[in-house]
Design a protein around this ligand. Structure first.
Ligand code: NAD
Length: 290
């Protein structure tokens, strides 16, 4: 299969490299980042699109996705599939899918979970919206880049699943960090706290797989001075998406709203920009010291 890949940043580069390593011909384009080993560089997004059976995009946000879609959809071959793996708002996902369908193309929204480690290791989870036929076309590529692809429903449902998942992630990370900071105040050893919670009813991915306390649990960005991993501002982006979706659909999401507010303050006023989203732990401990 001939694959076009647009957006070769932290996530896109290793995903494209894994497709190339599996023997696919991959053409890549990014406005800033270099193409990874095994991927052929081309000069524009349209040049990626006109030769590909599947075009994968891995871009920062919905606005950029819409702009790139304008460039590539007219260039793509009839019957080719546009598969967006970025995390974007549901409205952008649906608008791009509509445009692709009108041009005789297939389209999927297929955001991912698993972070840079999952992208490098080919262990991402894909949550996918679109038709059965388009899902079947791209599934062999999901199997290379990830360990699981869930077909969630029609276009937009992949993004819906992603923002619900990440709302839970934002809330559980904050809960885990504030509990560690409370444990500190109570004089409880952090390792003991991890040993108890990671095997008790307070366990979560935030505690067990991405522990925010340095030197405790598996290796995580906390052990690298909170260099992201998953930047606090990307978590804020996702919490904004879930709150926007909650407003437009009439859902009551008070915990999501509070998580958004805490990450907004952290990123905008408390030095959180450019730090991993688990750096909420030192944010709480500093507050408790005051
Ligand atoms: P990134 O900023 O490292 O990569 C985005 C790339 O897109 C950059 O290299 C940028 O130069 C390129 N780009 C921007 N505009 C472009 C254009 N018009 N044409 C071509 N290329 C363009 O971001 P990332 O961490 O790779 O994240 C990408 C997406 O994946 C985001 O939507 C993010 O929310 C999502 N995501 C990230 C993670 C993570 O852990 N980093 C996890 C899951 C999902």
């Amino acid at each position: 299969m001939k694959i076009g890949f647009i957006g070769l940043g932290n996530m896109g580069a290793p995903m494209a490299a894994n497709l190339a390593a599996a023997g696919h011909e991959v053409l890549g384009f990014d406005t800033a980042a270099p193409v990874p080993d095994g991927v052929t560089a081309v000069n524009s997004a349209a040049d990626v699109a006109d030769k590909a059976d599947v075009v994968i995009t891995m871009l920062p946000n919905g606005k950029i996705l819409r702009m790139v879609a304008e460039q590539i959809i007219p260039a793509m071959q009839q019957g080719a599939v546009l598969c967006d793996c970025s995390t974007v708002d549901v409205d952008s996902a649906r608008a791009v899918a509509q445009q692709a369908t009108a041009a005789g193309l297939g389209s999927l929204d297929a955001p991912v979970s698993g972070g840079i480690g999952g992208a490098q290791g080919g262990t991402l989870t894909f949550m996918v919206g679109g038709s059965d036929a388009d899902f079947a076309t791209v599934q062999p590529l999901f199997d290379i880049m990830g360990q699981k692809a869930v077909h969630c429903g029609d276009v937009g449902s992949g993004q819906s699943a992603k923002i619900c998942n990440n709302m839970i992630l934002g809330v559980t990370m904050i809960a885990t960090c504030e509990a560690f900071a409370l444990a500190d105040q109570l004089g409880l050893d952090r390792q003991k706290m991890f040993d108890v919670v990671s095997t008790s009813s307070g366990y979560s991915w935030s505690m067990n797989a991405y522990c925010p306390a340095p030197g405790v649990g598996p290796k995580s960005p906390a052990d690298n001075d909170y260099t992201p991993g998953f930047a606090a501002e990307l978590m804020l982006k996702d919490l904004n998406l879930s709150q926007d979706a909650a407003s437009s659909s009439g859902a009551d999401t008070p915990m999501g709203a509070l998580a958004r507010e805490l990450y907004r303050t952290f990123v905008e006023d408390e030095g959180g920009r450019g730090r991993d989203f688990s750096a909420m732990l030192p944010r709480f401990t500093e507050k408790n010291r005051k």
